[in-house]
Design a protein around this ligand. Structure first.
Ligand SMILES: NC(=O)c1ccc[n+]([C@@H]2O[C@H](COP(=O)([O-])OP(=O)(O)OC[C@H]3O[C@@H](n4cnc5c(N)ncnc54)[C@H](OP(=O)(O)O)[C@@H]3O)[C@@H](O)[C@H]2O)c1
Length: 279
């Protein structure tokens, strides 16, 4: 089984260098996928209220037989629960659905700027961490502007920002801001979901050179960028393949060639956090 390195977060906790995504898995399929992913070596599992699978993810965590303190679960606050009291109540529902005493990483799923209540939610998340109910707090889909507002109004930046990040959308500027400010980047749709990323010659040729698969090249690219990818797969052989990315190294030129696949319109759907909102 692969031993996974970890990053230290700015709050002193650690986050595995790769995690397991669970959308859109549900019910027994989600339980089975989480169990086999943990068996393959994943120790960080990503869910959200809006994936409607927190209960199944929680069952998968328990079925794995791995002690709770060796596993990390991340979940996300939905847009309809923004606000201070609403966040505290939503957290309790997530905790109950997952069947856990504490949540390792709690994220605001989308900023929803037209609603304009993410700062209130952020204050509640700080409170939850101070009460020991959440180990680390973070956000998802936040731009530099939204992150800066959190710092200006609460004095505290998130430990993690989970954003769309893959070779068609490498997010160089935002990653630079994260790095300068102690925020760990997590990458959603790290393999580009079902976009043709994995057939790009720059990736296929690199895979042949290293004797690995195109997916492993892309995940290794994330690891070397310092971002934490959370690939989803319901297929146990792919789960094992995706976590087996710590035994080879890409050159600076190979990294640059993959990053050069980025394009201004590289988002998988129109998920610009200034415009796209999810409740
Ligand atoms: N914060 C947010 O707003 C946000 C948004 C989107 C996603 N997410 C999170 O990020 C996770 C990952 O993103 P994603 O599921 O959209 O995309 P992804 O992980 O980039 O891609 C998943 C797709 O790739 C396939 N796949 C997995 N490993 C493969 C391999 N080795 N070779 C070929 N194909 C492979 C999977 O198929 P099979 O399952 O059939 O094997 C699935 O169709 C989600 O599950 C979710 O937890 C967060």
């Amino acid at each position: 089984m692969t031993e996974i390195p970890a990053h230290e977060l700015d709050d002193g906790t650690t986050l595995p260098a790769i995690g397991f995504g669970t959308y859109p898995l549900k019910d027994d399929e989600a339980v089975d996928a989480v169990t086999s992913a943990i068996d393959a070596g994943y120790r960080l599992v990503d869910t959200a209220v809006n994936y409607r699978n927190e209960d199944a993810v929680g069952r998968g965590l328990k079925a794995s037989g791995i002690p709770r303190d060796q596993l990390q679960v991340a979940t996300k606050l939905p847009g309809r629960d923004h606000g201070y009291d609403e966040t505290l109540a939503s957290f309790e529902r997530s905790r109950a659905a997952l069947g856990v005493e504490y949540i390792d990483l709690y994220l605001i799923h989308w900023p929803n700027p037209s609603v304009d209540r993410y700062v209130e939610s952020w204050r509640a998340m700080i409170e939850l961490r101070e009460r020991g109910l959440v180990r680390s707090i973070g956000v998802s889909n936040f731009t530099e502007e939204f992150l800066t507002r959190l710092r200006n109004e609460t004095g505290e930046l998130p430990s993690v920002n989970q954003v769309e990040l893959h070779p068609y959308f490498p997010q160089a500027e935002l990653r630079g801001f994260h790095e300068a400010n102690g925020i760990r980047t997590e990458a959603w749709s790290p393999l580009g979901k079902n976009a043709p990323v994995l057939s790009e010659p720059a990736i296929v040729d690199t895979a042949k050179r290293h004797g690995v698969s195109p997916a492993q090249v892309v995940l290794r690219w994330h690891v070397q960028l310092g971002s934490v990818p959370i690939p989803k797969s319901k297929t146990p052989s792919r789960q094992r393949e995706n976590i087996d990315v710590f035994g080879f190294e890409l050159s600076a030129d190979e990294i640059a060639a993959i990053t050069a696949l980025g394009r201004p319109d590289g988002r998988l759907f129109d998920g610009d956090p200034n415009m796209h909102e999810e409740m």
